[in-house]
Design a protein around this ligand. Structure first.
Ligand code: AMP
Length: 183
């Protein structure tokens, strides 16, 4: 089974839920930059203070900051991993490729979770996170389209992209993801 994975997709597509489930079932490191940033904000660290206002607006925090978080975790880890919410733009994707080359590792598959905007917005509104009000949600979708969606073509050209329909139950979606990882 493939075990060096990226989860890509718009906010609300279920990346966090699916990544956590897969990581637990297959003993992979689940690295969510959003979760790690929220932990820094909660702990009131300098990094958290820097990120908080940016996150509240639904913008992306700086590439340097996020990359430092990812680098420190991947350098220490042996075995499979699943990156959730990173990379978010082409500069981050290129930085990740350089980091992985240093570590003599490579991405084995990029899982793209696809869902229509109307459903995404409903899901996000029902989640109730600090950055889940309607205005910020719309901004996060715009940021996704402008900055993150170009990664779809990037990974498609590298032959790594696997599209997964992200509607249905958690188990249905999970089964679709796993199918793509074993063939
Ligand atoms: P998420 O939990 O992935 O939806 O991320 C929540 C927020 O954290 C985003 O709206 C960004 O402000 C920030 N964030 C998470 N991951 C990244 C990343 N790779 N690059 C920049 N900002 C990020």
């Amino acid at each position: 089974m493939k075990q060096r994975l990226l989860f890509l997709g718009p906010p609300g597509a279920g990346k966090g839920t699916q990544a956590a489930l897969l990581a637990e079932r297959h003993q992979l490191l689940h690295l969510s930059t959003g979760d790690l940033l929220r932990a820094e904000v909660k702990a009131g660290t300098p990094l958290g203070l820097e990120a908080e206002a940016v996150m509240a607006r639904g913008e992306l925090v700086s590439d340097e900051l996020v990359l430092a978080i990812v680098r420190s975790r991947l350098e220490k880890h042996q075995g499979g991993w699943l990156l959730d919410g990173f990379p978010r733009n082409l500069a981050q994707a290129e930085a990740l490729e350089a980091l992985l080359a240093d570590l003599d590792q490579r991405i084995e598959q990029v899982v793209l979770l696809e869902l229509e905007d109307g459903v995404l917005i409903q899901r996000l509104l029902s989640r109730g996170r600090a950055d889940d009000n309607e205005e910020v949600i719309r901004n996060r979708l715009v940021v996704y389209q402008e900055q993150t969606a170009p990664l779809i073509d990037h990974y498609r050209q590298l032959g790594l992209l696997r599209r997964v329909e992200a509607s249905g139950t958690v188990e249905e979606i999970s089964a679709r993801i796993v199918t793509g990882l074993v063939d």
